[in-house]
Design a protein around this ligand. Structure first.
Ligand SMILES: [Mn+2]
Length: 221
């Protein structure tokens, strides 16, 4: 496993964007970043994870992760791939139902290639912005105070919550996460971006027929 929380220094020359779950729709993502005039020489794109499964272009995830301006946290779908390829610990039927067929049907050496790259993805990112530190996680912050996140992520319970929980949205919980300007998350498709406390849910279902990719400028929050 790589580092649990990856820190990024302030982007002094360009803009920083966050994007929700991609789920194998990299052509649509490419169109979305072109629409905002994304400049790969200066700008950065931060993903809340779930790059793969469900869509037709999941295999491109490795190409995108190799780009110097694209950074992602791990989602529960990367976690499926890691567990299957590196630990052999996955409910195969459940994985296939959730879009993992493309992965299960690849040769095991190729699966392992993905697993090793995904296993380097952090559970959380911290990005310095002019407004303060912005945190990103796939599903929800498992602690009420960002300063305790690193310690908490040492436990499987907190790691699971970080990549699977839908509790905040289900309860419309507006409790702020302390000691962080904002926390950006995905995982649960919604029609429009919604902020609950300082947690901003941005998965507007760019991979769904009726959805779209939201490119959230991190300095706008
Ligand atoms: Mn997810």
């Amino acid at each position: 496993m790589g580092t649990l929380i990856q820190r990024y220094e302030k982007n002094l020359t360009g803009r920083d964007y966050a994007v929700g779950d991609i789920h194998g729709h990299f052509s649509r993502l490419q169109q979305a970043i072109e629409m905002v005039g994304f400049n790969p020489d200066k700008d950065r794109l931060f993903s809340v994870g779930d790059l793969v499964d469900r869509g037709p272009e999941a295999e491109q995830a490795l190409d995108w992760l190799a780009l110097p301006w694209f950074h992602a946290v791990r989602g529960n779908h990367e976690d499926y791939a890691i567990r299957h390829s590196l630990a052999g610990r996955v409910d195969i039927e459940n994985y296939r139902v959730n879009g993992g067929g493309w992965f299960l049907d690849m040769p095991s050496a190729r699966q392992k290639q993905f697993g090793l790259v995904f296993n380097e993805l952090p559970y959380a990112m911290e990005i310095e912005t002019k407004n303060g530190l912005v945190g990103m996680l796939h599903a929800d912050c498992p602690v009420r105070d960002w300063n305790f996140l690193l310690e908490a992520l040492g436990t499987e319970a907190a790691r699971t919550r970080a990549i699977w929980s839908r509790e905040r949205l289900q309860r419309l919980d507006e409790t702020a996460v302390r000691n962080i300007h904002a926390v950006v998350v995905g995982h649960t498709p919604i029609q429009e971006v919604i902020a609950l406390g300082n947690t901003v849910h941005i998965d507007t279902g760019g991979w769904l027929k009726e959805g779209h990719f939201t490119l959230l400028d991190l300095e706008s929050i």
